[in-house]
Design a protein around this ligand. Structure first.
Ligand code: DUC
Ligand code: ZN
Ligand code: ZN
Length: 467
């Protein structure tokens, strides 16, 4: 018989972990079987002692994003290859409509960047660089025809991506009508720009001032404002991106307790890294960790609160906000002026491991690990049950994870197109062992077998979280 039988592993899902064999036929999963119940005359993959989990879905990446006069350093080719090494078999990247550009032209440009270049499957959200009659019509067309069912708006970056409250409200009303989700960059960019101007005028130019001019109060304020605007838009589905801080989380939790369609993600950088230790590193070193929302103070309770939010489902998803820039020549654009440092951290390769470390440390259950990195992002963004689950009929995107292995993160071993690692020297108590995408083994025994062009565009349906 043709196909592949993954034998002896522990299949992990949001509802439990049990010994089972997984039968793969072609690109899809044919059956999940009692151990030993599969056909005998078939190629097998020994998964004894390993966790067998659905391929991870990174719902927030920025390959080749134009930002601050340069471009994110991973192409779709290098970034999706790195994703595969880390067990992520689907990314959802952000196509960009720049202010004044036709939305569909921005989308076409993103398809041109990605088509034929991806190692793993990919989908798009759409960044709206402004809301007007044309972009509101485009939202309907993208939902109906293009498989794009989520739109990101920015309360930050005036003059670049910024939308004012009236524009946000109109986009939310449209999303309420067509069933799509509004994703929000929730920071008060108008107030932040005042603080940046004042800091620079005082001669405060080091990278740490990136964080100090983006205080968590302005994330909490914007998060609350977005939640209220979504309420006015008849409880439009709202997804807060890259949530980094305790009071923003409290606003999300309050809305969720009230039964609202409010969801949020956080990212590994906020779970591990701090304003003082990384952004405040000596000299210009801190530029490596300039991202927005920024890293938060380790003297406050943000990281512990974020782990708690992941446990309680006030934080539904961990994605990376993968937006890498090299230190040389890219981050260095901000030498002498922190506001010119391109914003972003690369991490698409390390999300499974970094969240798994939370399991090893007793901060998260095995089930929540799978739910936050795979099942929920797939459900949230209309890819479920094709992605995010090991079940008959689903794509055979499968990762074997070795809880007895170890991973050392660093620039010498990573596969992202970055000249440094944001997590240099981190030791993880686990290891991605085997990665399968639609039945094709991309990684096994440390050897990479993937190729660019294997990854396909995934038109998405509506979120399955909404009633
Ligand atoms: N934040 C980043 O750090 N980079 C890209 C865009 C964003 O919102
Ligand atoms: Zn953002
Ligand atoms: Zn982002």
């Amino acid at each position: 018989m043709t196909g592949l039988l993954i034998c002896g592993g522990t299949v992990v899902s949001p509802t439990g972990a049990h010994l089972a064999d997984v039968l793969v036929d072609g690109e899809t999963i044919a059956a999940v079987l009692a151990p030993g119940a599969g056909p005998a005359d078939i190629e097998t993959l020994d998964a004894a002692g390993k966790y067998v989990i659905p391929g991870a879905v990174d719902a927030h990446t920025h390959m080749e994003l134009p930002f601050g006069g340069t471009f994110a350093s991973d192409t779709f080719e290098t970034g999706t290859r790195a994703a595969a090494f880390g067990g992520t078999t689907t990314i959802i990247d952000f196509a960009v409509q720049r202010t004044g550009e036709v939305v569909q032209d921005g989308l076409a440009a993103w398809h041109a960047k990605a088509a034929g270049n991806c190692h793993v499957d990919y989908a798009f959200h759409m960044i709206l660089g402004g809301v007007d009659e044309d972009s509101l019509k485009a939202m309907d067309q993208l939902v109906a025809d293009e498989g794009i069912t989520s739109f990101k708006l920015f309360m930050a970056y005036p003059g670049v991506f910024y939308s004012d409250d009236g524009q946000i409200l109109r986009a939310m009303q449209k999303a309420r009508d067509n069933g799509s989700v509004i994703m929000m960059h929730a920071e008060n960019g108008i107030a932040i720009d005042v603080l940046i101007g004042q800091a620079l005028a005082r001669g405060e130019t080091d990278p740490i001032h990136h964080g100090l001019t983006r205080p968590e109060a302005l994330e909490a304020e914007a998060t609350s404002r977005a939640i209220y605007l979504a309420e006015v838009a008849r409880d439009c589905p709202l997804y807060i991106g890259h949530l980094s801080a305790s009071r923003a989380l409290a606003a999300v939790a309050q809305a969720r307790d009230a039964g609202r369609n409010v969801f949020a993600e956080t990212c590994p950088q906020y779970l591990y890294l701090t304003l003082e230790d990384q952004l405040g590193a000596p000299g210009f070193e801190g530029a490596k960790w300039v991202c927005s929302t920024p890293l938060r103070s380790g003297h406050e309770n943000h990281r512990a609160d974020l782990w708690r939010g992941l446990r309680s489902n006030d934080l539904a998803v961990v994605s990376t906000d993968h937006c890498p820039f090299c230190f040389k020549e890219q981050k260095e654009l901000g030498l002498g002026d922190f506001s010119k440092i391109p914003n972003g951290i690369g991490g698409v390769e390390h999300r499974l491991d970094l969240v798994y470390q939370g399991v090893a440390d007793g901060k998260l259950s095995l089930q929540r690990w799978v739910e936050t990195i795979s099942t929920t992002p797939a459900r949230m963004f209309g890819l479920y049950p094709r992605k995010g689950v090991i079940a008959p009929g689903s794509d055979a995107d499968i990762v074997l994870y070795d809880p007895t292995g170890r991973t050392t993160i660093g620039v010498e071993t990573h596969h992202m197109n970055m000249d440094y690692s944001a997590y240099e020297g981190y030791e993880i108590a686990g290891r991605v062992d085997t990665v399968i995408s639609r039945g094709t083994v991309l990684l096994s025994g440390g050897a990479y077998h993937g190729r660019k062009g294997h990854g396909r565009y995934l038109p998405r349906g509506l979120s399955t979280y909404l009633v």
